[in-house]
Design a protein around this ligand. Structure first.
Ligand code: PEP
Ligand code: MN
Length: 369
């Protein structure tokens, strides 16, 4: 059961205390208050856990400061939308991620050399982009493939980010110790940039990792949909992160494994953008690179990655995660799907055009009850 307080409530503590007192009349209930920051409002809720079936809503509904009481049967207690207004965006290191705009996290799938990292960051800075992706810890299908440079590269990656004004880096962690390494490197470098921890598709059901990431409030999380599990299972995995205390989660669609996706690497699943937005309050990201998996272009000249990007952005995605490399032929991981730096400007223009089309369509469409 969720007791939703009025947004931006003054005297919130008094209402939470009153909910606690009312809940104490029902044996076995656990009371957990939560707070979320939307784009324009602050939301607070008190969750009542335990044997709530026989607990009436009325004593909670009539408390001053309570807007609504929702019975949540089971699913997505924290991340679920449950009729609760705005998407739960967040701000990290000066970058706000929510439904109001699209951020493009363009960067290297795998960090390889300082020169490549610097060239990438410089290209982003020239375009006014402050978000990137940089893989230091790579989960590879073969143990003989390049595994990423790990913590060794963090000092120069963060230094370069700071020098080029990059504010937020999406970086995968495959083990909780990587969070300590990232935190330590950021501190040593003087916090020149922020990091959003990426949970890769292969770890989508690594519940111990999810719980540990959930306990680390200092990093927002980019969670990638599990490639071979249902959407519901992936959303439950996000609920694990949130239930440990970290609700700053972006849900990333990256395609699902199916031979029916061939000749693409995965079957593009961006039709699920509106589904995730309806079912949850999480901002949605799309990863056209790992979905499509090839740099090939259509006869119209646009790479398949551009076409897939269009599908996601036109459906209301809040972020795009996309592989670039200054010299794709030399990339140590996923070079075949990396776009060249010459494509950065065109991709950003493409995203802007698709976003404008999305906003125009939303504005033109009569509200559906
Ligand atoms: C990645 O983004 O570098 C990656 C490994 O993606 P995924 O987990 O979606 O395969
Ligand atoms: Mn990759």
């Amino acid at each position: 059961m969720i007791v939703i307080l009025e947004p931006d409530l003054g005297g919130q503590e008094a209402t939470v205390a009153a909910v606690r007192t009312a809940a104490a009349r029902f044996p076995g209930l656990t009371v957990r208050p939560y707070e979320f920051k939307g784009t324009t409002h602050r939301f607070a809720e008190v969750h009542l856990l335990g044997p709530t079936a026989g607990v009436p809503a009325e004593p909670f509904e009539r408390l001053p400061g309570v807007r609504q009481v929702v019975r949540v049967s089971a699913k997505y207690r924290l991340i679920g939308r449950h009729g609760r207004g705005e998407t739960a965006g967040f701000e990290h290191h000066g970058v706000r991620i929510d439904d109001a705009s699209v951020h493009v996290f363009a960067g290297l799938c795998a960090v390889d050399t300082p020169a490549h990292v610097d060239a990438m960051m410089a290209a982003l800075a020239r375009e006014g982009v402050v978000t990137t992706r940089m893989g230091a810890y790579k989960p590879r299908s073969s143990p003989y493939d390049f595994q990423g440079l790990g913590k060794e590269c963090l000092p120069w990656v963060f230094e370069s980010a700071g020098r080029h004004g990059i504010k937020l880096i999406a970086m995968e962690a495959t083990d909780a110790s990587h969070l300590d390494e990232i935190e330590d490197a950021l501190e040593r470098a003087g916090q020149p940039t922020g990091v959003m921890i990426q949970i890769g598709t292969r770890n989508a059901q690594n519940y111990e990792l999810l719980k540990q990431v959930g306990r680390r409030q200092e990093f927002p999380v980019l969670f990638k949909r599990g490639m071979g599990i249902t959407l519901e299972e992936s959303l439950n995995a996000c609920e694990y992160i949130a239930s440990e205390g970290n609700a700053r989660i972006v849900f990333c669609l990256r395609g699902v494994k199916s031979h029916l996706g061939e000749p693409h690497r995965n079957l593009v699943d961006f039709a699920h953008v509106p589904v995730v937005r309806r079912q949850t309050r999480l901002p949605v990201c799309i990863d056209p690179s790992h979905s499509v998996g090839t740099g090939l272009a259509a006869p119209d000249g646009l790479p398949d990655i551009f076409h897939a990007t269009a599908q996601g952005v036109v459906a209301g995605a809040a972020a795009v995660l996309v592989d670039f490399h200054p010299q794709p032929a030399c990339a140590l991981c996923d070079g075949g799907q990396a776009l060249t730096l010459a494509m950065l400007g065109p991709l950003l223009d493409h995203v802007r055009r698709m976003r404008a089309a999305y906003e125009a369509s939303v504005a033109a469409c009569p509200a559906v009850a």
